[in-house]
Design a protein around this ligand. Structure first.
Ligand code: FE2
Ligand code: FE2
Length: 372
């Protein structure tokens, strides 16, 4: 989830792919995108964004580079997957319906969950939605030229990674979903792998940070089981982050010019998290409201957004790149100088927010009001 981002209204397509290659601004009635793109009018459609799509922005000759990285991916990326027999399953953390003690265990779970305040649950539900978007993540990776799973059962390292990663993400959504269900409180990219992997590097670190923080807060609220649930998900996210940042590191090594330009391109659009399209049929600013609560609880803040950016800039040693074209140098300067700018904007937004604190009813909390 991302907080700093485009205040994006509801859009019918919920795919991550549509979230990636989009430059949207509510201020401008036009959407302008890189390279092959047209300018498109988005006027008078407050609830929908224009679907502007760039297809296949990576030059075809680079596809070969990804194919040549097969062995490298096997030795460097697949190692970040847990062997199947060591993977945890949602059931490991939840009451076992086959056991005699099931009802008592659910009762205990509910007793613990009772102690957790509404604002925490607002954030946890939003986190769950982020994870549950994952079936579309597989689709997103399968749009990327040079790395897609051609058959759905392809034995290339890229395809193996995509299937296994999606399975892990799916379990994150399942675990949070089942926990929330049992808690009794809840009835109810342009096909461009450069952009795709830069996006996932950023997003995996963001989910690592936010699940780590919900774990910390669950502990403070006295629910150690929930802390373990969020902590286990956070530790998966760390592995995912490591794998994706490693892929981009390799791209910087093989193609610093192309990679730094894509990095700048991605950051100019801002990284919107998949859940930014969430909609409950009532609140058109649902994601913004969820984000405000997450921000206030310190689960995921605009400061984290700047921290992640600066972490990636230093991890990929972007400042030290040499031999770049003038356009490449511009991209380099842009990403290296972006952190402090985000922080400044954030300080301003924070002080504005403090002046007008508000409450909002969340449908997923039975319309109870929660402080923003
Ligand atoms: Fe996840
Ligand atoms: Fe992940």
């Amino acid at each position: 989830m991302a907080l700093k981002l485009n205040a994006i209204p509801f859009q019918s397509s919920k795919s991550l792919a549509s979230a990636i290659p989009r430059a949207a601004s509510l201020r401008s009635p036009k959407v302008l995108m890189a390279s092959t793109l047209k300018e498109v009018d988005t006027v008078k459609k407050p609830l929908r964004e224009a679907h502007v799509q760039v297809t296949h922005s990576m030059p075809p000759q680079k596809i070969e580079m990804f194919k040549a990285l097969e062995d490298w991916a096997e030795n460097n990326i697949l190692v970040h997957l847990r062997p199947v027999e060591k993977c945890w399953q949602p059931q490991d953390f939840l009451p076992d319906p086959c056991s005699d003690g099931f009802y008592d265990q659910v009762k205990e779970l509910r007793e613990r969950a009772k102690e957790i305040p509404d604002d925490y649950f607002v954030v946890l539900v939003g986190d769950m939605i982020t994870e549950e978007a994952l079936p579309t993540y597989q689709t997103m990776l399968n749009t990327l030229d040079g790395v897609r799973d051609e058959t759905g059962a392809s034995l290339t390292s890229w395809a193996i990674w995509t299937r296994a990663w999606t399975a892990e993400e799916n379990r994150h959504g399942d675990l949070l979903n089942k926990y929330l269900f049992l808690s009794g409180r809840d009835p109810g990219t342009e096909n461009n792998p450069y952009l795709g992997f830069i996006y996932t590097s950023f997003q995996e670190r963001a989910t690592f940070i936010s699940h780590g923080n919900t774990a910390r807060l669950a502990k403070q609220h006295g629910d150690f089981k929930l802390a373990q649930i969020c902590g286990s998900i956070a530790s998966d996210e760390k592995r995912h982050e490591t794998a994706y940042t490693k892929i981009v590191e390799k791209l910087f090594e093989l193609d610093p010019e192309g990679t730094v330009q894509c990095f700048a391109d991605m950051m100019r659009r801002k990284i919107s998290m998949p859940a930014h399209l969430m909609y409950d049929g009532k609140d058109e600013s649902l994601f913004e409201h969820y984000s405000s609560v997450a921000q206030r609880l310190g689960v995921y803040t605009a400061r984290d957004y700047a921290d992640i950016l600066e972490h990636l800039v230093s991890h990929w040693k972007v400042g030290a790149l040499t031999g770049l074209s003038s356009e490449g140098q511009k991209a380099q300067e842009f990403v290296c100088g972006l952190g402090p700018r985000i922080r400044k904007l954030e300080e301003r937004a924070q002080s504005r927010a403090k002046q007008q604190p508000g409450k909002i009813a969340f449908s997923w909390m039975h319309n109870r009001e929660v402080q923003l």
